[in-house]
Design a protein around this ligand. Structure first.
Ligand SMILES: Nc1ncnc2c1ncn2[C@@H]1O[C@H](COP(=O)(O)OP(=O)(O)OP(=O)(O)O)[C@@H](O)[C@H]1O
Ligand SMILES: [Mg+2]
Length: 261
């Protein structure tokens, strides 16, 4: 399976006669299961817009997003349902991804039912518990009846990952998914995400402004600037021999990695 963007562009209509904003300009990239692809770049460089196009949340204004060679814009019915299961989003928690009035059990169970992963209360509950334990919320039963407000930031982020993982995705698009967490909690959530690449073969498009995180977990790095992909390649190459001045500046601005404890 391969999720690809081929020369995708997105422009937003300018307000009251001002020029259109070209948020993403002919960007091409791909991600396969088991690969950890990090997307970095300064604020406003188009990272989130690219992510939303990869997820099919907003239409492209140019180019194509393809899953296994098939244009996602032309998918309907079972093909579209397959795409929606295969490619899941994990967004930043403070953006309100979890309804504060829904218990963990309900938040995850509704996607299980929506995607017809299981039916019947016992089978659904089993799926929910299994997903919670996969993301390190163990024993899962202890978390079922909690509201988001009764969880720590790291636990909430894990619930969001569990909700994505429960439908059996091959690729997860994560936009600033750990940015709000403090260092040690972040490291734990990242380990869990990385672990899912190895255990379940999940691939990631991982958007972050956090270069130490990239250095730790990525296989490949994509650098964006003003809507364009200005550099991409294996992490080791990007970090050891950045070709673009912009990448060098970005890397120089990153704090030094904490030594592993
Ligand atoms: N719905 C929209 N309408 C108009 N302009 C938009 C819209 N969404 C994004 N933009 C613009 O597109 C550009 C890229 O935004 P985007 O959110 O993709 O950046 P980003 O790289 O994710 O930034 P950050 O690191 O701050 O999250 C910005 O100039 C932004 O103002
Ligand atoms: Mg963003």
């Amino acid at each position: 399976m391969l999720l690809e963007a081929q020369e995708v562009s997105k422009s937003f209509r300018g307000r009251r006669g001002s020029a259109d904003v070209v948020a993403v300009d002919a960007a091409s990239m791909s991600v396969a299961p088991g690969r950890f692809v990090a997307v970095v770049g300064e604020s406003g460089s188009g990272k989130s817009t690219l992510a939303r196009m990869l997820l099919g949340l907003i239409p492209v204004t140019g180019g194509t997003v393809l899953l296994d060679g098939e244009d996602i814009a032309s998918m309907r019915g079972e093909r579209l349902a397959h795409f929606r299961r295969s490619v899941q989003a994990v967004l930043q928690d403070p953006a309100g991804s979890l309804n504060p009035r829904k218990r963990v059990r309900q938040a995850i169970a509704e996607v299980v039912r929506l995607h017809r992963i299981a039916s019947g209360p016992a089978a659904v509950r089993e799926k929910v518990v299994e997903a919670l334990e996969l993301v390190g919320l163990s024993p899962g039963e202890q978390f079922l009846d909690r509201f988001p407000g009764e969880l720590s930031g790291g636990q909430r982020q894990r619930v969001l990952i569990a909700r994505a993982i429960v439908v059996g995705p091959r690729i997860i698009v994560a936009d600033e998914a750990v940015s709000a967490l403090d260092a040690s909690v972040k490291a734990g959530v990242l380990r869990t995400m990385r672990d899912l690449t190895e255990r379940l073969g999940v691939g990631y498009v991982f958007i972050t402004h956090d270069l130490p995180v990239v250095k730790k977990v990525a296989d490949e790095v994509i650098v964006m600037k003003s809507g364009r992909i200005v550099e991409s390649g294996p992490k080791t190459a990007i970090f050891s021999e950045p070709r673009q001045e912009y990448t060098r500046t970005l890397l120089a601005a990153a704090p030094v990695l904490e030594p592993a404890r």
